[in-house]
Design a protein around this ligand. Sequence first.
Ligand SMILES: Cc1cc2nc3c(=O)[nH]c(=O)nc-3n(C[C@H](O)[C@H](O)[C@H](O)COP(=O)(O)O)c2cc1C
Length: 181
Amino acid sequence: MKTVVAFASRYGSTKEIAEFIAEHLRRGGASAEARSVEVVSNPEDYDALVVGSAVYMQRWMDSAVEFVHEHQAILAQRHLWLFSSGPLELPPELVAKNGLDSVPKEIPGLQEALKPHDHRVFFGVLDPKKLSFKHRALRKLPAARPLFPEGDFRKWDEIKSWTDEIAQSLSKGHAVSEKGA
Ligand SMILES: Cc1cc2nc3c(=O)[nH]c(=O)nc-3n(C[C@H](O)[C@H](O)[C@H](O)COP(=O)(O)O)c2cc1C
């Protein structure tokens, strides 16, 4: 099963998650590569796709949304997993107070249209040194400050376990061609 982990990443942390997933799949014997959604022009060449995006303002990045819409017909026929990378591990009371939903707005519609095997949200990274001028200014607003803590909140064990689930499903997929089998 040839697999691509297609990612959209602004500051690189989602790219690293995608590379980790591809590498872990390869270690398990699968054929897998991580590629930016901007360069995957041939999703039909893959048996399985893992598509992930960083999350900004509760949305996937435009390039990821464009990718899934452009290739919707193919993606709906392939073994597909989705992930989002964003939350910065805030105290639950802050999440509740600000009505923050860790699931990006596009996901319910994508789940309906594409029937992925799964969608997962992984914690992200905030490195103030990397932020654009606009994002840095936004983070400095008094109301926003507590919502954007600095740190690398990624939980590699969780990402690894999820990748193991994908690998298991892909190995079963050798014997069957039907999506969802
Ligand atoms: C301006 C800004 C807005 C953000 N908005 C959200 C959001 O709505 N939901 C979320 O889960 N994470 C949000 N994040 C956190 C990012 O998703 C996180 O930093 C992610 O790891 C960035 O991935 P990247 O390095 O691949 O670009 C935001 C970060 C910034 C700087």
